[in-house]
Design a protein around this ligand. Structure first.
Ligand code: ACM
Ligand code: ZN
Length: 575
């Protein structure tokens, strides 16, 4: 009898020689976890994943799960719909709600609850439960990140792969409904395959909003069918400045590239399958040199204009008094709406100097016609305005008038506008969402005016900046200040002493921005992004009382193993 028992044990061990053990110490850290490391479930080759056959999304998530288990561990799981005996079960039902975590935000609550899930590991296997497929997707990502990265390391005598998972119950949902990341594809053009990889990396970190910066002074990247020259000619600059713009040293190499509408639709589909919304940005009325190059009649002086080879803020902007400007913008935003189903469309609005408008007869006559007057030229608090004029001037009100026209146009298509915090200056339009980048002051002011806000303050969220104090240790990038992992991690979007009660309900979420003046290649973009997105996603996802930077650092090595497996470039030091 004793011999028989030990023989069984030996056989079990031989079949399931485990190559590693799962750890739920992942990034972002789930809200609630109970783990019992004394009991283990063995996941092994030949076991299977089941899902609701009547739900296409559930089936797709099961396929993702199958891929991810294989990627990390080499374990090959079968896919069997509606199979009670499967060891990994994806179930659409009410997950156990988070005890005592009643979120008071009426709008955001439903969004966050949609993403909630439970993940439990017990003697019968692994169960992922969620109200909605998006919750199953988040649960599957959590399981993916908990797996040991053991593929190719060790197999049992018969070649079967197996891993151990401690028994656990995890209940989770994000803190903020909006968890964004920007990629600037205007300053440098990134191939569509890389943009898809960026989406994959965002999904790994639980992000759900991809802000696609598609136009700027240095290049127009979105095909507009009614205005074919816009992308064909506006996407190409003749040369690019090397190093700081003030040095005026150029590479003399033409640089271009744009996305066709079919490619944009393909990206929207790809992102949606990963529960990420794509928010396109057409930055106006400043940052428009690429469009002015093609249509000089849209500028106050009539041009000629070049697609800018330099970085920085340009004094030439769209003419605010020319009716053709609004026609142009409505054509562009109309096609943007045809391609992007996003409920939010970003209209830019940042860094629009008004010196041309002050002297332009068309702009001044429009100001007169609208009865706009200077009220206050006091600077809006919030930091660096880089050549733009803050305060309630007539010209800033003219910018608000353009915003209002575009807001109404987009509203007729069922969309809301997002704008950079400069849109506060001339008075916010009714439904505008403010993206606070010059610190948090703009976001605080907008929330107090009962406008929705996305916090993206440069000193915490601009990941084009260096991540290490020693500039020599990293690729050359935007200098001036360091945005380290610990700096990002310390950010509290419900700004203490500034926002409380109902005002804080207007903070939709947080976003990291990867500007690309100094980032020309995918590998460099990934290096800027990682592991800082790990730090940012804990700001976006975790309850503030659960955040702890030392714990984050201790959990990072496990995530880096997955980065390695996924072939991702990242910065290996954390400050
Ligand atoms: C910005 O960084 N100009 C939004
Ligand atoms: Zn003008």
């Amino acid at each position: 009898m004793k011999r028989a028992l030990s023989l069984t044990l030996f056989l079990l061990l031989a079949i399931y020689a485990s190559a590693g053990r799962a750890s739920y110490d992942i990034i972002p850290l789930p809200q609630e976890m109970k783990v019992d490391t004394t009991q283990l479930f063995i996941l092994a080759d030949g076991m299977s994943i089941t899902y609701d056959a009547s739900n296409a999304e559930s089936s797709r998530i099961a396929q993702f799960m199958q891929e991810w288990v294989k990627e990390a561990t080499g374990i090959v799981l079968g896919l069997t719909p509606d199979n009670k005996n499967a060891q990994v079960k994806l179930r659409l039902a009410s997950p156990t709600t988070l005890k005592g975590k009643k979120n008071k935000k009426p709008v955001a609550q439903t969004e966050q609850e949609k993403e909630s899930y439970t993940l439990s590991v017990g003697k019968d296997g692994i169960m992922l439960t969620a109200h909605e497929p998006v919750g199953l997707f988040r649960a599957a990502q959590t399981l993916r990140k908990a797996l040991p990265v053991t593929k190719g390391q060790q197999a049992a005598a018969d070649g079967k792969q197996a891993i151990e998972l401690p028994f656990a119950t995890i209940s989770d949902q994000p803190r903020f409904a909006y968890r964004g990341v920007l990629l600037d594809c205007a300053r440098h053009f990134f191939p569509l395959d890389f943009v898809k990889q960026y989406i994959d990396v965002m999904a790994l970190h639980g992000c759900n909003q991809f802000h696609w910066h598609l136009s700027d002074d240095q290049g127009w990247r979105f095909e507009v069918k009614a205005l074919p020259d816009l992308a064909v000619k506006g996407s190409v600059r003749e040369k690019t400045v090397i190093g700081p713009s003030r040095m005026r040293i150029y590479d003399n190499v033409p640089y271009g590239g744009y996305y066709t509408q079919d490619e944009c639709r393909e990206l929207v589909r790809y992102a949606a399958e990963r529960y990420i919304n794509v928010i396109p940005e057409i930055d106006m009325p400043g940052h428009m040199m690429s469009a002015l190059h093609v249509y000089p009649n849209l500028g106050c002086t009539g041009g000629p204009y070049a697609v800018s080879p330099n970085w920085g803020v340009m004094r030439d902007v769209l003419c605010g008094g020319n009716p053709e400007t609004l026609e142009f913008l409505k054509t562009v935003f109309g096609e943007i709406c045809d391609v992007f189903p996003s409920p939010y469309i970003h209209i830019g609005g940042d860094e629009c100097p008004k010196e041309r408008w002050q002297k332009c007869p068309k702009c001044q006559s429009k100001i007169k016609e609208l009865g706009l007057t200077d009220e206050s030229l006091v600077k809006v608090e919030g930091g660096d305005s880089r050549g733009t004029q803050d305060g309630r001037s007539a010209e800033n009100k003219l910018q608000s008038y353009i915003n209002q026209e575009i807001e109404q146009f987009l509203s007729s298509r069922g969309r809301s506008i997002i704008g950079w915090d400069e849109i506060l200056a001339g008075g916010l339009t009714e439904d505008a969402i403010v993206m606070s980048w010059r610190g948090t002051k703009g976001g605080v002011a907008a929330a107090k005016q009962k406008h929705r806000v996305i916090m993206s303050p440069n000193v915490y969220a601009y990941i084009d900046h260096p991540q290490l104090k020693d500039y020599g240790k990293q690729p050359r990038t935007t200098d001036s200040y360091v945005v380290s992992c610990s700096k990002i991690y310390s950010f509290e979007p419900i700004v203490p002493d500034e926002l409380s009660g109902q005002d804080s309900d207007y903070i939709l979420g947080v976003q990291a921005n990867l500007w690309a003046e100094q980032v020309a290649f995918p590998e460099h973009a990934l290096y800027q992004l990682l592991p800082r997105l790990g730090a940012m996603c804990e700001v976006q996802w975790c309850a503030p009382e659960k955040k702890d930077f030392d714990s984050f650092k201790a959990r990072l090595p496990q995530l880096k193993k997955l980065y390695d497996k996924m072939g991702l470039v990242y910065c290996n030091e954390v400050e």
